[in-house]
Design a protein around this ligand. Structure first.
Ligand SMILES: CC1=C(CCC(=O)O)c2cc3nc(cc4[nH]c(cc5[nH]c(cc1n2)c(C)c5CCC(=O)O)c(CCC(=O)O)c4C)C(CCC(=O)O)=C3C
Ligand SMILES: [Fe+2]
Length: 401
């Protein structure tokens, strides 16, 4: 396979970037509060620029308040960072990992300043988000575009990102193992409640997003050939890939549903909501469900609250057996697969990538490294688009198309 990398841009026509001698890795994530006093400031960060009153934020705050004001996400990212460091060390790859968040300390601008001050100049970013879309991909690119501008590091620090990885064995394999285990557990629950033949449904679930964001996701030419929006299509591809690896799932019904809707009621978001879907399954004669949270990388608050609390309660009220599959977290296959993903891009001493080829086990993959103009674009309220990295359209203040 010979690739024509443009010497000016460093990437080829399909958006695959040439390997580089990156000297630091940035693990980018959402961030979460670490105590009761952090909860409101965190929620103000998440909803910045949308003028949502504190009274409304206090409603969402309840989820965090019941957990001591702590989101599990930061501890999970510390654990992931440590696991990635161990795997890099085991492979004799001596590139340090730094961690920066969008909504809580350590914030991305502080982290990139630290990276620069430590003498690094070429950074490869890995985010804790596997799919395409504004919230899942572009917003992380904007975080860096804006941070480079804010810190004055634009043109001094180069930041690229690894491809979206929904389709990789790293992401998909842990869900296969979890689905197999959870199916056995729900089967056992049905057996012990005297309904051994009860029908089980596999419920894949992800974060709902506004339908306008879903429709704006991805490059136009690719999206034109899909039967649904790209965000949904990638999730359906992941669901199919997981099912293909779990023999005990053969013949069972499955669906893709959505969770964690927020925003104004009149704005349409992807549906159905998981709780509405569960009630419908009960009416259709389903006896138990296995919930597979394919939208997320770790068991953070959206998983603990919306699935393990609300969806589980819905099942208890409806009399449905329930089990939830774990997210990849620090599963060894996920960690080693993420290091494979980084290794596709890290140049060895001879300039070639540490890992050749790009693993992909789902339709639509492997994804590209560099986004085309307006990929997943969102027009800000003032009519501009934000600066980004890993793309061609990174001018601030440019009116949206
Ligand atoms: C696609 C997607 C992911 C997956 C990709 C990724 O992982 O990045 C994700 C992750 C997460 N979302 C999270 C939390 C929140 N998301 C919110 C609001 C929103 N999410 C959206 C989408 C997504 N979100 C959208 C379109 C909104 C509304 C507009 C906006 O606000 O941008 C709000 C405000 C609530 C409200 O307004 O009701 C909160 C508190 C946490 C932290 C959990 C923890 O603390 O453990 C995580 C990992
Ligand atoms: Fe969210």
């Amino acid at each position: 396979m010979s690739q024509a990398f443009d010497p000016r841009t460093g990437y080829d026509e399909s958006g695959v970037m040439a390997p580089k001698a990156y000297d630091a890795i940035l693990l980018a994530s959402f961030g979460g509060p670490e105590g009761q006093d952090d909860v409101l400031p965190f929620l103000r960060n998440v909803t910045k620029g949308r003028g949502i009153p504190d009274e409304r934020l206090e409603e969402v705050a309840v989820h965090y308040r019941k957990n001591g004001g702590v989101s599990p996400i930061n501890a999970q990212n510390r654990a992931l960072k440590a696991a990635l460091e161990a795997e890099l060390a085991a492979r004799d790859i001596s590139v340090p990992i730094y961690w920066g968040n969008r909504n809580w300390a350590p914030y991305v601008p502080e982290t990139i300043t630290e990276i620069y001050n430590a003498g690094h100049r070429k950074v490869l970013m890995l985010s804790t988000s596997a799919y395409s879309g504004y919230s899942s991909c572009r917003q992380y690119r904007e975080d860096l575009g804006v941070a480079l501008r804010e810190t004055g590091l634009e043109g001094k620090l180069e930041v690229d990102k690894v491809r979206q990885y929904f389709d990789t064995p790293a992401f998909v394999t842990p869900f296969m193992e979890g689905l197999s285990d959870s199916l056995a557990k729900v089967r056992e629950q049905l057996r012990s409640s005297g309904n051994p033949e009860g029908e089980i449904k596999i419920v894949f679930v992800t974060h709902s997003i506004p339908t306008s964001d879903a429709q704006a996701a991805g490059p136009r030419d690719l999206v034109a050939n899909l039967e649904t929006d790209l965000y949904s299509a990638q999730h359906l591809a992941v669901a199919d890939a997981i099912l293909a690896g779990v023999p005990s799932a053969a013949g069972l019904e499955h669906s893709l549903v959505f969770q964690s809707r927020s925003g104004a009621p009149h704005v349409p978001w992807l549906e159905p909501d998981i709780n509405d879907a569960l009630a419908q399954y009960k009416d259709e004669g389903i006896a138990g469900v296995v919930v597979v949270p394919i939208g997320f990388v770790s068991d953070h608050m959206e998983v603990l609250w919306d699935l393990d609390t609300e969806a589980k309660d819905s099942c208890a009220e409806l009399g449905l057996a329930f089990h939830r599959v774990p997210t990849p977290g620090t599963h060894t296959d996920f960690v080693s697969g993420m290091v494979d993903l980084l290794s596709e891009r890290l140049a060895g001493p001879d300039g070639t990538a540490l890992k050749s080829g790009r693993s992909s086990v789902a339709e639509l993959g492997p994804w590209f490294d560099v986004c085309r103009p307006n990929c997943c674009a969102k027009v800000m309220r003032d009519g501009t688009v934000k600066p980004t990295i890993a793309a061609v359209d990174s001018e601030v203040g440019v009116p949206a198309p």
